[in-house]
Design a protein around this ligand. Structure first.
Ligand SMILES: C[S@@+](CC[C@H](N)C(=O)[O-])C[C@H]1O[C@@H](n2cnc3c(N)ncnc32)[C@H](O)[C@@H]1O
Length: 151
């Protein structure tokens, strides 16, 4: 197995997890900056052409893991960790899709951050969605949303 290295760090308005929107209907429109380390700068060539990016990052402030999670989107039910986005997972790797607003050198200004300030970035890739909406199944989340609507 390889040992991941941080390619940069997130500048986020969130200093504590309680401030990050969570639960059903939570909107992630906070702006932040992906500060890429100088040694990785050549890897940013051509990134401006993409409107959205996948950001892989480390849940560096998670402590251990649970195979059964209690997501805030479905508080009364438990789900296997691999069917959730819980920070407490065997490999503490997170994935967020952000909108790229602009680039200034090694600084990528983005919208849609849901990570804490100072979070290590593991990788960035262009976001290219190829799954038609009609083909997507949302699993237990769709059921949780329907239950919420019913009140
Ligand atoms: C539900 S996870 C989703 C993260 C990512 N979008 C994903 O799907 O992998 C987002 C939560 O992770 C927690 N979090 C954010 N940054 C973190 C960090 N650096 N270390 C540990 N937990 C973090 C916060 O509680 C935040 O609300």
């Amino acid at each position: 197995m390889f040992s991941p290295v941080a390619i940069g760090f997130v500048q986020s308005p969130y200093k504590e997890t309680s401030k990050i929107p969570r639960g059903l209907g939570a909107k992630h429109d906070a702006e932040g900056v992906l500060e890429i380390l100088r040694e990785f700068a050549p890897g940013l060539m051509d990134i401006e052409g993409f409107s959205h990016l996948y950001v892989l990052w480390e849940f560096d402030r998670a402590d251990g893991y649970d195979l059964i999670a209690h997501p805030p989107t479905d508080e009364k039910r438990e789900h296997g960790v691999f069917s959730t986005r819980s920070p407490r997972r065997p490999n503490p790797i997170a994935l967020t899709v952000v909108e790229l607003l602009r680039r200034d050198g090694t600084s990528l200004y983005v919208r849609g951050v849901d990570m804490l300030d100072g979070t290590p970035i593991l990788d960035i890739k262009p976001y290219l969605s190829s799954v038609p909406e009609g083909k997507l199944r949302r699993g237990w989340l769709a059921e949780a949303e329907a239950r919420k609507k019913q009140g």
